[in-house]
Design a protein around this ligand. Structure first.
Ligand code: NDP
Length: 286
């Protein structure tokens, strides 16, 4: 019998549209770098085909897959178990398949947290969060679970901000308040970490969330979820005012690292992943 093995470990992503999702590039670069014979298949899966896609992954013995829009909530109906953060957030973007059992987790917030920890421990810190969509929700819950002292959420639609603040208060030990975002947002004195979790700045190096930049304070960490371009105008302005900027590439890369740890129990090289993204985004090291 041959000792050669022509069977790769299978992982991937289900979303639609999927053609602009760069995750495959960063994960396959890191698989190659680690000498792991695994593939990450970027699949265009419509809502009508989600159930069949999940069954197909189980049938083909995939070890796990990511879920992106529009499946993050709908996929839950097809799973056997949810990790704590996914249960609180109410959305899953990473599924592990073990012995035919499907376990859902949410790595959006965990990826952000891992990236944040490179520059600051959020325990006891006061956080000002701009936006109340899916990314903000995941980040707020993970910051709450990580022991943040207080989170203020502001959003154009204040009801969505209030929902997230209540979610944090009810499910973590962290206090949280919500506010409406009308006109220029002012960062309250005593804020340690400011986060842009809106989509403002995606694909537009000049766009910036409507914030009174004079209320930023030197020494604050200012983070952006936008991965492309990584150095958003908000981060450039914050850096010029003595703040520590944290780009959205780290969040994306750490989500990849955490997902593969869940699937394979192996930690991929974050530097290789980041470089793969920089290559496709055409970003410099700045
Ligand atoms: P959602 O559509 O769920 O939420 C979008 C948020 O942005 C809402 O709070 C919305 O406010 C706000 N918003 C949009 N336009 C404006 C504006 N002009 N002024 C103020 N607020 C605005 O998106 P997600 O939360 O899923 O994603 C948000 C961003 O995060 C995306 O750009 C995405 O690329 C990025 N992201 C990055 C990740 C990473 O790994 N780096 C991971 C996940 C997401 P309102 O509710 O009032 O409409």
């Amino acid at each position: 019998m041959s000792t050669q093995n022509f069977r790769s470990i299978l992982t991937g992503s289900f979303s639609t549209p999927c053609a602009d999702n760069p995750t495959v590039v960063m994960i396959e670069a890191a698989y190659r770098h680690a000498g792991i014979d695994a593939r990450y298949i970027n699949c265009d899966v419509t809502a009508a085909h989600l159930a069949d896609a999940v069954k197909g992954a189980v049938a083909m013995e995939w070890v796990g897959f990511n879920c992106s829009l529009p499946h993050k909530v709908a996929v839950i109906a097809h799973l056997d178990e949810l990790a704590q953060a996914a249960r609180i957030i109410g959305a899953v973007n990473c599924v592990s398949i073990r012995d035919g059992r499907l376990v859902g987790d949410n790595t959006d917030g965990k990826g952000f947290l891992a990236s944040l920890r490179d520059v600051s421990d959020p325990a006891g810190r006061h956080v000002f969060l701009l936006g109340a969509g899916g990314a903000a929700r995941a980040i707020a819950v993970e910051l709450g679970l990580a022991g943040a002292g207080h989170i203020t959420v502001v959003n154009r639609d204040p009801e969505k901000a209030a929902t997230i603040a209540a979610l944090v208060r009810d499910n973590t030990g962290c206090d949280a308040t919500a506010g409406a975002w009308a006109g220029k947002a002012r960062i309250p004195a005593g804020t340690d970490i400011v986060i842009n979790a809106t989509s403002v700045g995606l694909g537009d190096a000049q766009a910036m969330p409507d914030v009174d930049l004079d209320t930023l304070a030197s020494g604050q960490v200012v983070a952006d979820v936008i991965p492309n371009p990584p150095m958003t105008r908000f981060l450039r302005e914050a850096h010029a005012r003595g703040c520590t900027p944290l780009d959205g590439l780290g969040m994306l890369v750490n989500q990849g690292v955490i997902g593969v740890e869940l699937w394979l129990g192996k930690t991929l090289d974050a530097g290789v992943m980041k470089q793969a993204l920089r290559d496709i985004f055409g970003a410099s090291d700045a």
